[in-house]
Design a protein around this ligand. Sequence first.
Ligand SMILES: [Zn+2]
Length: 218
Amino acid sequence: MAVGGVVSVTANVGGTEQTRTAPIAVSPRNWNGKTIAPVVVRDAPGTLTDRPPSEHELGATSYDVGVAVPLVIIDHGPNTGFWFFTDIPATVKITIEINTAALAVGSEFWKNQDPARSNAIIFAGAPRCTRSDVVPIIPMVEAHEDLHRQIFVQEFSQRAAPFFETRVGRSGNLPGVLDDLLRFRRAATAESARVVDSTSANPFRPTCTFRYGPYPSK
Ligand SMILES: [Zn+2]
């Protein structure tokens, strides 16, 4: 059953027509905790260059959302012809870029760091990073981007699951879900940026300060 209502049954009992009616209520399925299962692609360095202008260009995570149609159309009983979803109707691909062009020995970014630690230079409360700090920062960038992925999946699912659980309609009148998916993607992207880029949840916390340019002209 996808839609509640009143079911009437008429029967001929001993030559007499008798009708019985009964109300039927459809209660929602529990889709709390239902989550999307994205395809995750790691691309290094992807679109990122070896001259990052800020720490935000050491990694990047992007989210592609497409329409899936996990539908059931009921073919018997009082709800014949109604459809409902069996899952969140989305395909999600998350691309995580790690800037291994910059985070490599000999890169422009690497050359831009001090060759050796100078205790005299304190910048923004932390000593300047040195070239030897460049490659070891990769796991921290990966953790940062992976947290973007996690928060996106969590936020998208929490919004999409209860919304699509209740969608139901007549066949021949299939739902347009793309606008809803894009709305959830916008909200999940914003929440991921808020949590990961501007709260203490951010795992990218180097104990030294890198120099992001200026880079010598090519
Ligand atoms: Zn970020």
